[in-house]
Each structure stands twice: as C-alpha cells, then as structure tokens.
Design a protein around this ligand. Structure first.
Ligand code: T4K
Length: 381
C-alpha cells in the first residue's frame, strides 16, 4: 500500500475469486438460490462445528438474529420487560431490545475490557427484569461465570451479543457456549463474513424449531403457520461466501494477530494511551484495535488524534461513540450517561478504533502508531 491510499478501519476478507466461482457454479444448474438450499445446509453445519456449539442457526444478519432470539424466548410476555445491558455497543444491540417492546436498563462497563461490569448488574435488577444482554465487545469476553450466577439467582435469561467474537475461545471453550444464547454477525466488516449474515447459537435444543420457523414467516409446513415470524433467511450466495471464507478464517486470524501484536508493541508503554492485550486464557480473534486517549495525560482529546489520522488518509472510527443511551432517537428515555454509566461515558469519549485487518502492512501499522503517538503528545510534552 502506498502512502496515498486511504487506510480504512476494516477491510473485508475475501476468498480467491476462482474459489468463490467454483463454489457457486452449481447454483446455475440447480436454480435454487435461497430457502435452505444445499449451501445453507452445508455452511450451517460447518460453522456449527467451527464454533464448537451444539445448536446453531444461520440468519440474514446479526441484528435479525438478535431480534429473533429476544422474540422466540417470549421475553416480556409475562409482564417482565426489562433487560439489563450495556450502552457501550453498536446501535443494533439496544435497537433490538427496544424494537421487541422491551426496556433496556443500562449497566456500566469494566474499565479494563469494556464489557458489562458484573458488579453493577444486581443493583439494576427489579421484579420486572427478564434478561441480561451483555456484549463481548471487540471480542473481549464478558465475565461469563459471574453473569451466569446472577442470572441463576434471579431466574433471568442470558443472551450474549457475540457479533464481534467469532472464533474466540476461553480456556479452549468456544464463545457460543455461554448463557442461553449467543448471536453472531457475519457482516462484511467482521473477522469472518458472509457479506451480510449472522447466526444464533443456543443452549436449549427445544428452541431450534421455533427459531427456524421464526426466520421463515413462522411457517411450520406449507399449510401450517404457527408464529408471526419474519424473513431472516440467509441466501445461497451468502452461504457460499461463508463456506469459502471459513476455509481461510484461521489464517486470516493468524495474520490479524501479527498486526495486533505490532500495535501492542508500539503503543503499550505510551503514557496516556491504553491498549488492551488479550489475557493468556483467551484465544482472541483480534477483531478490533481500540485505544483510549486520556486527555488529562496527553493534553489533547481523542478527536484531535482522529483528525490527525484523517489528515493522513487513515480512517479510524469512534467505535463506540456516542453511547447508545445517548442516541438522538432515545432522547429523554434514559438517565444521563454521566450519572448512570460514568465509565462507559468516559471510555466512549476517549476511544478510537484503529485500522486492523489481515493484510494491513506492518509498515502501515508503524505509520499509524507514529501519528497516534505524535498527535497525542503534541501539546503536553
Ligand atoms: N451487535 C454488535 C455489537 C455489532 O457491532 C453489530 C454490527 C451488530 C450487533 C449487528 O450485526 P449485523 O446486523 O450488522 O450483522 C459496521 C457494520 O455495518 C456493522 O455490522 C458492525 N456491527 C459495526 C460495528 O460496523 P459501520 O456503519 O461502521 O460500517 P461502514 O460501512 O462504515 O464500514 C466500516 C469499514 O469497513 C469501512 O470503512 C471499510 C470496511 N468495509 C465496509 C464494507 C461495507 C469493507 O471493507 N467492506 C464492506 O463491504 O457499521
């Protein structure tokens, strides 16, 4: 990559062109393009194996998967409609809760890994709470044991938004094995993509047919429609992309690891900059490269660093700013984030997601880090 090319925060992984053409070739013979075709069936099986989970269903995208699991678990139907969740996430998490007629109750996050702080959950539980919906944000694993203990004590469902966590393992256990269900995103910007796509891994086998029916208009059989479902089916071309990308995902993650380690090496000892290195028991997917810029130490805000990178054709992103609880569409609905979730507010004001993808050149990583370091120390030092 030359210095004149723009470096974006992410870059879709793609299989060799010929491999994809070969994969979709038979679709021209069969004319079977969607509705649980042969590619869908193969891919659903392969991805279930890869994630090492017992039950898994494919969806058209990660958001639809989230909405589906909230609906099929009948949350809110017994009058309990509150869901304890994090505001430090992408719009999808909070929107899914609200769009399903449930009420998000925002808990603060931990300052070391930015996931929902288990110590803040119990204080938010009322007789109306039905579920906890934490996010493995950036692929960082939530405090799954503590969260399960709290859920068991209060008879709550646990649904993980694992959109960022494809392939992540904790002590060798696949991330989709925690809680009652986990939803994944296979969007083009993710570590693993099917162009658009998603999945639900779930613990209760008896939910499988309901989930499958919900994603296809609630149709149980040609003359029997049992739920007011939607259309959330993954098509054959997306499934074919998944089949191809899955063959390469381990080497893509290995390349991301090299990129990530260079970032860690370059930035870990810089005053005022926080970078999160995965703990030893976590097999990371290196999905995102968030850093915090502390203005009290650096003398400049995150926005100054963001602008300086932009001037150099580097499109970092403020994932995740603003907090979802501060979105314009939710004005007046939730307590102020400064008082309710002060750590999340602070992290959101300081965070910058730096570019990371498998083919990002190490020389570009060095250049990005140089700009981050020089712009974040330009005033105070
Ligand atoms: N839960 C969480 C926690 C999530 O983060 C998300 C999605 C979901 C649920 C919902 O999953 P999905 O329904 O999306 O499957 C992007 C993604 O669209 C979104 O999937 C993702 N989270 C979110 C964090 O990021 P934008 O608006 O920032 O994307 P965009 O179009 O600005 O793209 C970012 C960069 O990615 C581009 O600068 C270049 C690169 N890119 C993008 C596209 C579209 C590619 O390389 N190829 C592409 O095709 O939301």
């Amino acid at each position: 990559m030359t210095n004149n090319d723009k470096i974006l925060v992410a870059r879709s992984s793609m299989p060799p062109f010929e491999e994809y053409c070969e994969e979709v070739k038979e679709l021209w013979d069969s004319h079977w393009l969607t509705n649980k075709g042969v590619k869908h069936r193969q891919f659903e099986n392969n991805v279930k194996e890869y994630l090492d989970v017992d039950q898994l269903l494919l969806f058209v995208n990660g958001h639809s998967a989230l909405e589906c699991i909230l609906e099929t678990m009948d949350l809110g139907k017994d009058g309990r409609n509150e869901v304890v969740t994090t505001p430090f996430t992408f719009a999808s998490t909070t929107h899914a809760i609200v769009r399903k007629g449930l009420k998000p109750v925002f808990g603060d996050i931990r300052k070391d890994d930015y996931t929902l702080d288990p110590d803040k959950i119990e204080g938010l539980i009322t007789e109306r709470t039905c579920a906890i919906l934490p996010v493995h944000v950036y692929g960082n694993i939530c405090s799954v044991d503590r969260i399960q203990e709290i859920a068991d004590k209060h008879d709550l469902k646990v649904i993980y938004d694992a959109a960022h966590a494809f392939g992540v393992k904790r002590n060798g256990v696949g991330i989709g094995n925690y809680g009652d269900a986990s939803t994944f995103s296979f969007h083009a910007t993710k570590v693993f993509n099917t162009i658009e796509g998603g999945a639900i891994a779930h613990a209760d086998e008896s939910l499988s047919s309901k989930l499958a029916q919900w994603r296809n208009f609630g149709i149980a059989s040609a003359e029997d429609v049992v739920y007011v479902g939607g259309n959330s089916k993954m098509n054959e071309f997306a499934a074919a992309m998944g089949l191809c990308n899955l063959r390469h995902v381990d080497s893509e993650i290995a390349k991301r690891k090299i990129v990530a380690e260079r970032y860690f090496q370059n930035l870990k000892d810089v005053p005022g900059i926080t970078i999160t290195i995965p703990p030893d028991n976590i097999q990371s997917n290196y999905a995102y490269m968030p850093v915090l810029i502390d203005p009290d130490v650096c003398g400049v805000s995150r926005d100054v660093v963001f602008e300086e990178l932009a001037k150099n054709n580097i499109a970092a992103r403020k994932y995740f700013y603003p907090l979802t609880s501060d979105f314009a569409c939710y004005t007046g609905m939730f307590p102020s984030s400064e008082s309710a979730t002060p750590i999340a507010k602070k992290v959101s004001d300081q965070v910058l997601s730096l570019p990371i993808y498998a083919d990002l050149a190490i020389s570009d990583v060095d250049r990005i880090c140089d700009i981050v370091i020089s712009s974040s120390s330009s005033v105070s030092h």
